[in-house]
Design a protein around this ligand. Structure first.
Ligand code: UD1
Ligand code: CA
Length: 469
């Protein structure tokens, strides 16, 4: 309890190292700008850090493509330090000294390329420091090649460690150690900075190794503890595109598991994609291969059909979205039905109980409550009142080749099939448009408008033609 209080009282500063290029990605783009689980890697690291510290206490060390990395971190208030030349993980900290040292508290160090790390684990790591100078995350790896190896103390029952030996500097015996340094640390800021200047670039790589801090602090009489995690995958850094795909899979799986625990049914979850910021209400059912993306918020009791894509949209309760439907930047109110095979391009509002059927495209369209556009229509820049019926094949001609124009249709109007509505145009409440009409002029409320050639009958014409041969 006492320790818990201490954790609450001592502020946390987080530094995220993200200056490297990541050569093994074979990319022109810096590694932390690649995406997994619906976000860039740097956004994942920042999102985790934000659960530990306010933005003013978070600092990202940038180098390669620093401007793009800064731009990818969209939370205001987060600090950046530029590491022009990457002279090692220790050097990355030292270039941030001026910003970081005055912040004090606990100094949590993590990498920008480890998107799977959980905030709970970082909290346990901070807790682990107790009265020592710091703690770090370790894991037992089947193949620890490339990782720093953990040299434990003589007493095998405590958590203290003596040193980290980097792969390149390790003896054959040390290389057999399977306990690896995950590169995630928590130090008492004051002790860290008191000794950070003692890091030397006296190793085969000629780099300033952050890992040297363990021996440096021990030489000064302080202890460092290891927190060994059971699932090493959580702390894995992404080095290549195979690991990127694996991280993507694990992050997606995490999001879906959380949704399922919160009451959402997901059919064939291995095929479904849901972005991290999406929220979905209980008893909603998501069909196979659906993608729910961006900032979408979806209510309860909805149904999303197979292969539908919903992005940055607000979906009310009990909305039914049929299979193969696309909804972007739109609002769909309670109990509306969309699809199958519908496309809501952007800027649409579909009110309560309205229907949008197959092969109907909406763009900046407002469909009033209970209105229906059930088949094969294009409704763009259009306002439609409540309980109107838009017949199959209706097209709003909103574009004259230069400008976009509005079509306004009142409530309880009936637009006959295959109507062509040439905007700008206003159709009054309760008006009727005959099927196949080309409507160019305003139609008053409750009127019938016909805009088509009158039918002509020529009796016997076809029979005579046949006789002629
Ligand atoms: C580091 C650790 C190693 C650990 C491993 C875990 C050191 C010396 N070694 O090795 O013990 O097992 O991480 O993944 O720390 N970075 C900078 N600036 C630099 C150098 C690195 O910002 O000058 C960033 C990189 O972008 C990367 C992270 O720090 O995100 C780790 O750097 P990397 O070179 O991959 O360290 P490793 O050799 O893997
Ligand atoms: Ca690495």
């Amino acid at each position: 309890m006492e320790r818990h209080n201490k954790l609450m009282q001592t502020p946390v500063t987080v530094v995220i190292l993200a200056a490297g290029l990541g050569t093994r990605m074979k990319s022109r783009k810096a590694k932390v700008l690649h995406r997994a689980g619906g976000r860039t890697l740097i956004e994942h690291a920042v999102a985790t850090a934000l659960q530990l510290a306010p933005p003013e206490r978070i600092c990202v060390v940038v180098g390669h493509q620093g401007d793009q990395v800064r731009a990818a971190v969209r939370t205001p208030g987060i600090g950046f330090v530029e590491q022009k030349e990457q002279k090692g993980t220790g050097h990355a900290l030292l270039v941030g000294r001026e910003v970081l040292e005055p912040l004090g508290g606990y100094l949590v160090i993590m990498y920008g390329d480890g998107p799977l790390l959980r905030v709970e684990t970082l909290r346990r790591l901070i807790d682990k420091v107790e009265d020592d100078a710091g703690a770090l995350l370790t894991a037992l790896l089947d193949d620890p090649t490339g990782y720093g190896r953990i040299i434990r103390g003589d007493a095998c029952d405590d958590d203290s460690i003596q040193a980290i030996v980097e792969q390149k500097a390790a003896t054959p015996e040390q290389l057999r150690i399977r306990e690896a340094n995950m590169g995630i640390y928590c130090y008492r800021s004051e002790l860290f900075w008191k000794h950070a200047g003692e890091i030397r670039a006296n190793n085969p790589a000629g780099e300033y190794y952050l890992t040297d801090m363990v021996e440096i602090l021990r030489a000064a009489g302080h202890g460092i503890r290891a927190l060994r995690i059971d699932d090493a995958r959580e702390a894995l850094g992404i080095n290549n595109r195979i690991e990127l795909a694996e991280a993507d899979r694990l992050l997606r799986e995490r999001k879906l598991r959380q949704l399922m625990l919160d009451g959402v049914t997901i059919e064939k979850p291995e095929t479904v994609t849901v972005d991290p910021d999406v929220s979905i209400g209980a008893d909603t059912i998501i069909g196979p291969f659906a993608q729910i993306l961006g900032k979408t918020r979806m209510g309860e009791d909805c149904r999303v059909g197979a292969c539908s894509i919903i992005e940055d949209s607000e979906i009310g309760d009990a909305v039914e979205i049929g299979p193969f439907t696309f909804v972007r930047a739109s609002q769909v109110e309670r109990a509306a039905q969309i699809g199958p095979f519908a496309r809501l391009r952007f800027g649409n509002l579909v009110e309560e109980g309205a229907h949008v059927g197959n092969f109907v495209e909406l763009k900046k369209a407002h469909l009033g409550a209970g209105s229906k556009a059930n088949h094969l229509a294009y409704l763009g820049d259009t306002e439609i009142g409540a309980r109107s019926n838009i017949g199959a094949g209706t097209i709003t001609c909103n574009y004259d080749g230069m400008h976009k124009h509005q079509t306004i249709i009142g409530k309880q109007a009936f637009v006959g099939s295959n109507s062509t509505l040439v905007a700008p145009l206003e159709i009054g409440d309760g008006a009727y448009l005959g099927a196949g009409s080309v409507i160019t002029d305003a139609v008053p409320p409750d009127a019938l408008a016909l805009g088509r050639a009158r039918q002509v009958i020529k009796p016997g014409w076809a029979a005579k033609r046949k006789q002629r041969g």
